[in-house]
Design a protein around this ligand. Structure first.
Ligand SMILES: Nc1ncnc2c1ncn2[C@@H]1O[C@H](COP(=O)(O)OP(=O)(O)OP(=O)(O)O)[C@@H](O)[C@H]1O
Ligand SMILES: [Mg+2]
Length: 250
């Protein structure tokens, strides 16, 4: 299948000497979920931001057959690249509905309504509160709103940065259930950054393990079907610092 996204030899520098990402290459096919896994500071968010156009990077980013490395953010959004940052950036003073409308401001009114229905169906928790202030939502509901807002523009590539960050286990499970539902729809490709290794390994098609800005290992979902293989990948690429996460059976 043709790749929707090809990241080639991507390097990200902050300032003259600090290199956060070093020669990272990976492909994303339409309809697939790709994970970037690694410890804090490994470079995961930097890769996402470079693809979204929020920070500049060296190397090549090919999306839908076009080299987009020089395109401004809005052009990338227009082509279907949506980044949902790790701190949910919803607008508290606005209602849930208004936040969703903001996400779909560039589509026609009819299309926006249709997408709003789809999003509210996907996240009934926020459907009940659609006319209330977004500041009233719980952390998990805010995360659902942030993902929902990302979906409002009808993305082809959804970049999700730690959607389960700070959520209780039950809510994490719910967010992952919704992600599984979203991935079943059409050709939407998702790049997912997650600390929740077990659930990520179950959801994703391709997994890339990062350490200090470099990809140190890759696995496909079919290679991680049994527990021993999953543990082996975690031990090999994520190290002892992940022990706590490993023992958590969510
Ligand atoms: N704006 C910035 N200015 C300077 N250095 C930065 C900046 N953003 C990130 N870095 C550095 O780049 C490296 C990679 O950061 P990045 O945010 O990409 O990591 P991450 O894998 O997303 O980590 P986390 O899991 O903690 O979110 C880190 O060493 C970080 O300190
Ligand atoms: Mg990050």
């Amino acid at each position: 299948m043709t790749n929707l996204l090809s990241v080639k030899n991507l390097s990200v520098f902050y300032g003259a000497s600090a290199q956060a990402v070093e020669n990272v290459s990976f492909d994303v096919e339409p309809g697939k979920v790709t994970a970037l896994l690694g410890a804090n500071g490994a470079g995961k968010s930097s890769i996402m931001k470079a693809v979204a156009g929020l920070i500049s990077a060296k190397g090549d980013i090919v999306y839908d057959g076009l080299s987009i490395g020089e395109l401004p953010i809005r052009e990338r959004v227009r082509r279907g690249i949506v980044y949902v940052p790790e701190r949910r950036e919803i607008v508290g003073e606005l209602s849930v509905r208004e936040n969703l409308v903001l996400g779909g401001y560039q589509v026609s009114t009819g299309e926006r309504r249709r997408r709003m229905d789809t999003v509210l169906e996907l996240f009934p928790e926020i459907a009940n509160k659609v006319d209330g202030g977004a500041w009233r939502l719980s952390g998990g509901e805010q995360q659902m709103l942030a993902i929902g807002r990302g979906l409002m523009s009808g993305p082809r590539l959804l970049l999700l940065d730690e959607p389960s960050l700070g959520l209780a286990p039950l809510l994490i499970r719910r967010v992952f259930e919704r992600l599984a539902a979203i991935r079943g729809e059409g050709d939407l490709a998702i790049v997912l950054v997650e600390q929740n290794l077990r659930m990520t390994m179950r959801l994703c098609d391709d997994l890339h393990f990062l350490r200090s800005g470099r990809i140190v290992g890759r696995r496909r979902a079919e290679e991680l079907k049994d527990e021993a293989a999953r543990q082996q990948a975690i031990d090999a690429y994520l190290g002892a610092s992940e022990t706590e996460v490993v023992t958590e059976h969510a």
